[in-house]
Design a protein around this ligand. Sequence first.
Ligand SMILES: [Zn+2]
Length: 294
Amino acid sequence: MRRDYYAVLGIAATAPPREIRQAYQRLARQYSPDVNFWDTAALALFEEIAEAYRVLSDPQARALYDRFGPALDADGVAAGRRGDDVHVTVEIDFADVARGATLRLNVPRFSPCGACGASGRRDSRACAVCQARGVRRAVDALTVVVPPGVDSGTQVRVPGEGSAGPFGGARGDLIVSTRVREHPLFTRTGDGVHCEIPIGVWEALRGARIRVPTPLDDTVLVVPPGTAAGQVFRLRGHGLPRLADGTTGDLYVTVRVEMPTGLDARTDELVRELERLLPGPSRADLARFRGGAS
Ligand SMILES: [Zn+2]
């Protein structure tokens, strides 16, 4: 299936070691990744040239190769080398983190050339479609399952969905890096999720049951009577799933007490009434801190 190593280096099967070395040096210069760093075709060719030279420059490996042909390499392993891993990045929503997601991705990768059956040769000539490499670059639509609980920078490895190796080599892996979009309400620290919910003055005073959204659904937050602004309530198991063990983290709700402004005469009168009925703020002992004393 693989291209003949002698053909790769453009030499006769009877070439002496010096000729092999010269052919390699000339081709390596021509297809060096330092010169052709933008050209993935040149890189694949360069790797092929290096592999051919590795085998043919080693007398033992060359003897083995001459005996068993291009189907076996120096280690006696059949078929071409494994293809490269392919990396893609996807942006996902908070909801995808909570539930997991099945994504349809367009993945640019090398696949076996159909024109030459991945052999690199057609009608005993170099295949023009794949430049005799046996693989072609194409964009394939792949379905990738992202498990619940990933974070920005998580890498999901999909075995055997990367680039095909040249001349029938196995596929490398597809590596999907996730980036989680910011959410207008929720922020995430580790496996905890935080949000801020406004409550009314009367709710802070008298307590309330408030329906609050969670990353997965919604739930009821019980605000006890006498809740202060900035108080944090922990709702166990209403955060995000943990990637490691599938358990779910907690949701931390900070309450913000919304102050009414521009009171009308009637409300103002009622607040004055409250002022008389409710205990005053405990500021009495602040006086002793005056002047920085402690
Ligand atoms: Zn081809």
